[in-house]
Design a protein around this ligand. Sequence first.
Ligand code: MN
Length: 495
Amino acid sequence: MDNNHQLEADFQLLKTLFNNYPHPIDMAVIEKGWQFAVEAHRGQKRLTGEPYVNHPLQTAIILARWKLDQDAIIAGLLHDVIEDAGIKRSEINRDFSKQVGRLVEGVTKISNIKLRGSVDQVFVENLRKMFLAMAKDIRVVLVKLADRTHNMRTLYALDKDRQKKIAKETLEIYAPLAERLGMGEVKTELEDLAFPYVYPGEYNWVKSASKNFYREAEKHIDLMKRGLLTKFRKEKIEVRIHARKKHFYSLWRKLEREEVDRDFDKIHDIVAMRILVDKTVDCYSALGIVHGMFKPVPHIGISDFIAQPKPNGYRSIHTKVFGPKGRIVEVQIRTYRMHEEAEWGVAAHWVYSEIKSKGVSDSLLEEGAGLKMNKFWWVRELIGWQKQFSDTKDYLAAVKIDILKHRNFIFSPNGDVYDLPAGATPIDFAYAVHTDLPNFIKGAKVNGKMVPLNYQLKSGDVVEIVKSKERKKPNRDWLNFAVTALAKREIKKSN
Ligand code: MN
């Protein structure tokens, strides 16, 4: 197929994904978004050689698989038009809606912050704050994750240096972010895509060393499965049983643990058995049946994440049993709904709340109702993530969620983050960067555009101070609009 036919076929695929959608989609608007993207990126190519517009199309397809709403799909199609095609937000507002414009701009801003390729404290701090500031709308982060997923799928086209840098950033930032958002499927894909670029030697070792172990484990599970299916049929419980292979990256991480020390025999879930049932109560019946046929392993036995979900919302029952030939096998039991949540996390929740807001109530909804669905629950997730990363006493950890939204995070062009009070101006920013910087101030750019020095900064703005060669005394008039104590003190001091 030539490029145009492939694009057309993929666009048709996108449209078919909207059959069985939980919320209505206006196909005319989707068509319009597609045409807009095609026009904007006309003539542009990716390093893979394909037309550029294939990238936003694949991003939108990923978002549609997560069942995101129409605005997010359009934002996926348009996510690079500001950055790479010189389109203005006002044009998106005009042709689509303010919401879509805001989403596209949000994604553009996230992409503009340089996440420098290091794991040093400053970098991680900046990143966390960036997400807190930027992602007032969870969909911005989801579009970014979809964008990154497609970029990782096509990473082979880049040069070695960039491959490694992007893959590293994916492992350090985006995969953990997906995990914190409960998107297990996304986290898994990102990790396995990044693994060979970041740790090529280790990847090759795990891949070849694990082969036989995977095969053996699958055989055992197959044996168990047959016996169990018969029993379930007798008990009239409908189940689906499949084998879940541990993916390479997490297998490697486990093998590297001190207590495992690269001993495959110590890994009981290289292939786990997964049992899917309809209702929560069936999970416990299934557990009884499994334990009736295979003895649970003492002490390392059962984890009931249904009664006590993991912080990211993960629900499932895990048990370890003695399988054929005394081999230890992990069995995971959950409902289809829990399964979907475990794979798609916040995206799945989002669908429920969307259904809810449309007034459709059904048993699916009921099952998800125990989960916190207010719009800040995921911010709590991010803060949990932050705690996990370092024990430094970050002030953010102490900040209450309800005041987070009133904070004003301002960015320098290379990704440093400054927490400035409401009403802060480029002058306050300049003093926050360095007390000497205002002596050279010639002007200020916000998000790439020149602004007056009394411009009031908004959270998420990227501020660049334009410097003059000559040193000048700070202007006393700045006192009329500077708001930080630091700026006021410094201006007074030099006047
Ligand atoms: Mn992109």
